[in-house]
Design a binder for this molecule. Structure first.
Ligand code: FMN
Length: 379
């Protein structure tokens, strides 16, 4: 019997994942007017064939203005559904569950792609026009960045409605789950953090007022998303800057999210004053795992750990120590899309080749059988 936790199934509502390895959402910046391109199919095929339990499609804009860059995928239009469905079909053909992260970039919209500097687009630069950003308050992310327009209550309502419409489209495309992007300084997170939200109305002020927009979005998504299907929510568990949100604040939010039908809190961090994933800061392996651990025990909700989880044994230890229920991997998955297969080998599971499709598994199993010595290095 297989003793690993990484390869133990998990049931989230009626969705059963064959293992606990999750591909974290990763923007590709390769879409055209929000539409999926061949690149996305090639990119996702790598993970679909590698045997993960669940994969997320990148942060996908619920409105055109809610994209981070001109290259981000969108779900603001019914025309986007067919491209997204191709990604879904690809994963389903390999018995891999697939989700989509939906979001709105808020004051961090209208940016250049990472390899073009990730800064706000200036007029005429790169032949791509900037667009107006909005946010809970008219506070730029950094000194020198454009000042976003302060959202009116009708902007707020329209954006909540856009999340609901996006949810219906995700359902029509065939996704198994949705993740609400509530992290990394984008719109939802920017309502929650006092650094970016200084409103005096029902959507700003104390912790509970700052939660209102995230909660209204979640309620709108949950109302459309079927009861038997799970819902993820990505938090920036801490802002990591003075005056920002703390892990205790996030635990309060997670309690409210849980009562509104969120099943898994995906625990990231940062992004309030600079892009979280483009940081040059030195970080330790598994640096965000303590957040997943804290939220899991303080709130009694399933969590997903993410961030510099590289070795299979590290992932297994997180699950064995009950610090999280799922492990999300981004960059290491780009480096090695067969990570799950290598994890199965390294953790000495019963039938590691079974992680892969038959047409790969058969030949690797036969090769290993043919080898005189069992060690992969041939020693
Ligand atoms: C190319 C790239 C694109 C990313 N896009 C997203 C995204 O769309 N949504 C999101 O929440 N995080 C995004 N992230 C962050 C990852 O999901 C993940 O949280 C982060 O990279 C840490 O995990 P890792 O150390 O395994 O890479 C992205 C990261 C990378 C490297």
């Amino acid at each position: 019997m297989d003793k690993t936790k990484l390869f133990t199934k998990i049931k989230l509502r009626e969705l059963v994942l064959k293992n606990r390895v999750v591909v974290s959402p990763m923007c590709q910046y390769m879409a055209v007017d929000g539409h999926v391109q061949d690149w996305h199919l090639a990119h996702h095929s790598r993970f679909a064939l590698g045997g993960v339990g669940l994969a997320f499609v990148e942060a996908t804009g619920v409105t055109r203005n809610g994209r981070i860059t001109h290259g981000c995928t969108g779900i603001w239009n019914d025309q986007h559904i067919s491209g997204l469905r191709k990604i879904v079909d690809l994963y389903k053909s390999q018995n891999v569950a697939v989700g989509i992260q939906i979001g709105h970039a808020g004051r961090r919209a209208s940016a250049a792609r990472p390899w073009d500097g990730a800064q706000p687009i200036e007029n005429g630069e790169l032949d791509e026009a900037p667009w107006e950003c909005f946010a809970p308050s008219a506070i730029p992310e950094q000194h020198g960045h454009p000042t976003p327009r302060c959202m009116t209550t009708s902007d707020i309502q329209e954006t909540i409605d856009a999340f609901a419409l996006a949810t219906q489209r995700a359902l029509d495309a065939g996704f198994d789950t949705i993740e609400i992007h509530g992290a990394h300084g984008y719109l939802i997170h920017s309502f929650f953090s006092p650094i970016s939200n200084q409103r005096k109305d029902a959507y700003g002020g104390d912790l509970y007022k700052r939660m209102q927009f995230p909660l209204r979005v979640t309620e709108a998504v949950r109302e459309i998303w079927p009861k038997e299907m799970p819902l993820f929510y990505r938090v920036s568990a801490v802002d990591g800057v003075p005056g920002g949100i703390s892990i205790e604040d996030t635990a309060e939010l997670a309690k409210e999210l849980k009562s509104r039908g969120v099943d898994v809190i995906d625990c990231s961090s940062g992004g309030m004053t600079k892009p979280a994933t483009l940081s040059k800061e030195k970080l330790a392996r598994g640096y965000q795992v303590p957040y997943a651990d804290y939220i899991r025990s303080a709130v009694g909700i399933k969590t997903m750990a993410v961030g510099l989880i590289i070795e299979p044994q590290e992932a297994e230890d997180i699950l064995q120590n009950e610090q999280a229920d799922l492990v999300a991997i981004a960059r290491e998955m780009i480096s090695n899309p067969n990570w799950t297969y290598h994890a199965a080998l390294e953790l000495d599971t019963d039938n590691p080749h079974d992680v892969l499709p038959d047409s790969y598994a058969f030949h690797l199993a036969r090769r290993d059988h043919n080898l005189i010595a069992k060690s992969r290095s041939g020693n």
